[in-house]
Design a protein around this ligand. Structure first.
Ligand code: SAH
Length: 218
């Protein structure tokens, strides 16, 4: 197994790996293993895979986080923390009240890199996919979904079924409109509370994800 580019740089310059060192590796597709460094050169590493096994860092059912486009660099922070909290996929959403209305190709690539780095850091075996922007009206029907909406009283814990794939959704700084909530309900989303305080648009997705993964031990 050979590594080049950023991965080799990280291993050699940051982790200071040397020939003979043993490390834990993962392939981003659900396998992890133990490998030994057998040869290095500038920007290049050869590893020998000693053994591999299916990793158990993933939620039993996939969790998709739909998050409205946010101002500034807040999506980066959301992608990083969502990776730590176990999201399988992050889908940036264009909604009626989004102030920011697009995500450049460069920014999308940067979000994907952030997901990769965060997955390594928290020893996940899957790198969450960051999808291109989706208009809210194009969201597919879901088997189980929760949309965070202020001023409702339904709690996630009273409705959540860990046996089903889950979609989670939070709105932008200006919130979701009642017609958007209506559409989401038709597609299988249940409006849920995140408590009596209004959370910032970058805090809400992490609070919602935590209710499913951290709270349930998934
Ligand atoms: N002014 C907006 C608030 C937007 S907060 C309004 O009154 O609707 C941004 C997003 O965070 C919301 O769209 C919602 O998805 C989520 N959110 C923030 N606080 C919440 C809470 N207490 N309960 C449920 N969802 C919340």
């Amino acid at each position: 197994m050979e590594l080049g580019g950023r991965e080799a740089h990280h291993l050699l310059e940051v982790l200071r790996a040397r020939v003979g060192d043993s490390l834990t590796v993962f392939d981003g597709r659900g396998q992890e293993g133990r490998a030994t460094v057998v040869q290095t050169a500038k920007g290049w590493v050869r590893l020998h895979l000693e053994e591999s096994w299916p990793a158990r860092k993933e939620t039993p059912q996939p969790i998709t986080l739909y998050v409205a486009l946010l101002k500034g660099d807040h999506l980066s922070e959301v992608v990083r923390a969502a990776t730590e909290l176990g999201a399988s996929r992050v889908v940036p959403l264009l909604t009626q009240h989004c102030v920011v209305r697009e995500l450049s190709e460069n920014k999308l690539l940067r979000l994907r890199r952030i997901a990769l780095e965060a997955a390594k850091q928290c020893e996940r075996s899957l790198i969450p996919e960051v999808a291109p922007v989706l208009p809210l009206k194009d969201i597919p029907a879901v088997e189980q979904g929760f949309v965070a909406h202020p001023r409702v009283s339904q709690r996630v814990r009273d409705a959540y079924d860990p046996e089903k794939p889950t979609a989670l959704l939070t709105g932008p700084e200006g919130g979701l409109s009642e017609s958007e909530i209506g559409l989401l309900e038709q597609r299988g989303f249940t409006p849920v509370t995140l408590g009596p305080r209004i959370l910032r648009a970058e805090t809400a997705p992490l609070a919602l994800l935590s209710l499913v993964t951290a709270a349930e031990g998934l």
